[in-house]
Design a protein around this ligand. Structure first.
Ligand SMILES: Cc1cc2nc3c(=O)[nH]c(=O)nc-3n(C[C@H](O)[C@H](O)[C@H](O)COP(=O)(O)OP(=O)(O)OC[C@H]3O[C@@H](n4cnc5c(N)ncnc54)[C@H](O)[C@@H]3O)c2cc1C
Ligand SMILES: O=C(O)[C@@H]1CCCC=N1
Length: 391
């Protein structure tokens, strides 16, 4: 290898690639992070002001990973001297989980209780005293995961990329990767350069399959456009983060079988973000041509019924993409035929909060280390029936 070459190349500077590159640099690996767009950008899945961080999950392994992940978020905050999530007791919002008493709600509740996550159960008769301006649906139960809060997404990317550079890492943005030649040394060709490395990590979000096609692999990933809707408070402040209004997830509802979720008004004064956890399929390069608004119709009906203090017409609509696997679990694995290529993909609309731990795990995988967690739920071989390759 020449001195121009790298120990590792990471393709994609979204949250997962940026944390992976940062972990590699922390481990003294000479690392190149390649990004197709000029940074910062808003064309993938990691942009925007805010994301939910929570321990409330229906599987133990996500809740377990979040235990360490909270510590890693705090570590990065200290290292960079920046606030990435609302931590003080006054500002930690908590996550209100609502759903039909006997459905997924019970699974969330059991997982939280089994893992001793501090929660508050809200009996129906006390609900409105704790959560004003929300109508709890008939037959629904409610609890609050008190560990949850709001993460600052754009600020996170800027911070983690900055720390990576301080550790000697190299970012080349505006460099779309157009070819990958696998081998014991991997060659990566961009629109303006050719780079070589012993190891490659692909964290390309909605473009994962476009890049994987150069390596003979296709995963069963579906790219979905999400309309990110902000709704105006009728009385300013009623759903505000300063008034300790929580983030929320409505697990199922009259209007929808997928989750509806929201964050208190914060980034845009007087506007609360509420989204539907699915949307219409899209080509990531044609996102703006996907104009389906079925999700907005569902949200309007739900908001009219359950959030009477919001104007049920979105005041702002932005867009973002999910890259979804058939079981909604991530892909964190080695490439089945090229063991020096690592894949982080299919974060299925819930991966941001895991950024620090995903970065650590992808770094471990790329270095041939035993990963810190059991990665069997995230293996590619679970898709045996779907993947177009000899697995
Ligand atoms: C509306 C919305 C709300 C969400 N809410 C939450 C939440 O509350 N909590 C939570 O935990 N998660 C949430 N998520 C999910 C989370 O944001 C994603 O799981 C996460 O951002 C995925 O990151 P990524 O790095 O895999 O993908 P991306 O951010 O898309 O990064 C991939 C990068 O690869 C680059 N790339 C692709 N192809 C190439 C190429 N050929 N050459 C060079 N670069 C390339 C892309 O340009 C992009 O920058 C939400 C997502 C959306 C869309
Ligand atoms: O991951 C999250 O917390 C959010 C809310 C629930 C649906 C998806 N993203």
């Amino acid at each position: 290898m020449s001195s121009q070459d790298y120990d590792c190349i990471v393709i994609g500077a979204g949250v997962q690639g940026s944390f992976t590159a940062y972990n590699l640099a922390k481990n003294n690996k000479k690392t190149l992070l390649l990004e197709q767009f000029v940074l910062p950008h808003s064309r993938g899945s990691s942009h925007g002001q805010t994301r939910i961080i929570r321990k409330a999950y229906d599987e133990d392994y996500y809740t377990h990973m979040m235990e360490e992940c909270y510590q890693l978020w705090s570590q990065l905050e200290k290292e960079a001297n920046v606030k990435l999530y609302r931590t003080s007791s006054l500002r930690r919002t908590g996550l209100l989980v609502m759903g039909p008493e006997q459905g997924d709600y019970q699974v969330f509740k059991s997982t939280l209780e089994r893992n001793k996550v501090p929660i508050v159960i809200l009996p129906r008769e006390e609900f409105s005293q704790h959560i004003p301006h929300v109508n709890l649906s008939q037959g629904n139960a409610a609890l609050v995961d008190t560990t949850a809060g709001v993460l600052y997404a754009d600020r996170t990317l800027k911070t983690v990329q900055g720390q990576f550079q301080k550790l000697g890492g190299v970012i080349k943005d505006g460099q779309k990767v157009i070819d990958i030649t696998p081998g014991s040394v991997v060659t990566v060709t961009t629109v303006s350069g050719v780079y070589r490395a012993k190891r490659l990590v692909i964290t390309a979000g909605p473009w994962a399959n476009t890049l994987l096609s150069h390596t003979g692999l296709q995963l069963p990933l579906q790219v979905i456009k999400i309309n990110v809707c902000y709704w105006r408070e009728k009385i300013p402040g009623s759903y505000n983060v300063q008034h300790r209004f929580p983030c929320f997830i409505q697990l199922e509802s009259e209007e929808a079988k997928h989750h509806i979720y929201g964050l208190p008004s914060n980034e845009y004064p007087g506007l609360m973000k509420i989204c539907y956890h699915t949307g219409a399929e899209t080509d990531p390069d044609e996102r703006d041509r996907q104009t389906d608004r079925g999700d907005i119709d569902i949200l309007q009906r739900y908001i009219t019924r359950c959030f009477p203090g919001l104007v049920p017409i979105p005041a702002v609509v932005e867009s973002c993409m999910y890259t979804v696997t058939p079981d909604n679990h991530f892909v964190l694995d080695l490439h089945p035929t090229h063991s020096n290529i690592v894949i982080g993909a299919g974060f299925s609309g819930h991966g941001f909060k895991f950024g620090p731990i995903v970065g650590k795990l992808l770094c471990e995988l790329s270095q041939g280390e035993v990963p810190s967690y059991d990665l069997s739920p995230f293996r590619i071989r679970r898709f045996q029936a779907h993947s177009k390759s000899a697995l």
